[in-house]
Design a binder for this molecule. Sequence first.
Ligand code: PNS
Length: 163
Amino acid sequence: MQKTAIYPGSFDPVTNGHVDIVERGLKIFDGIIVAILRNPVKKALFTVEERKEMIEISLNKHSNVEVDIFDGLLVDYARKRNAGTIVRGMRAVSDFESEFQLALMNRKLNREVQTVFLMTGLRWIFTSSSIIKEAASFGGDISSMVSPIVDRKLKEKFGFISS
Ligand code: PNS
């Protein structure tokens, strides 16, 4: 039986830390669905379509990775996709509390879906989409933390190069 896991998030934008988690997940699961939340409440820098394209390009060497967009409850989406596992990346201890809360709420909502935490590579421990956006907005060099497509799109977004 094929085991597929869902890796959900905002991915605004995808970082090398996210890519690292997907690649670790592929050592455990047959396939990973990277699921971007369409969240009308949270203000994002990139549209979900732009985010989807950047993830697809960043992970295009893996044929067993699918990128999708979802809305509503994550556990409902997992059920719809026949996936019994949610993967979340864990960086520093500071991630623990909110991740624990999210996992326990998801378990309350659907006991059939398990959450699995994967530890990110040490070099990505302080990498986050928000800090990358902030550095990029002031022209900081973030090219070692994101894939070339994301580096280019950030430079375009903040007006450092033209599209
Ligand atoms: O990258 P993020 O912003 O930390 O990802 C958070 C995400 C998208 C995984 C989480 O907010 C989510 O799953 N939202 C969908 C609604 C839902 O099911 N929430 C949890 C139970 S209330």
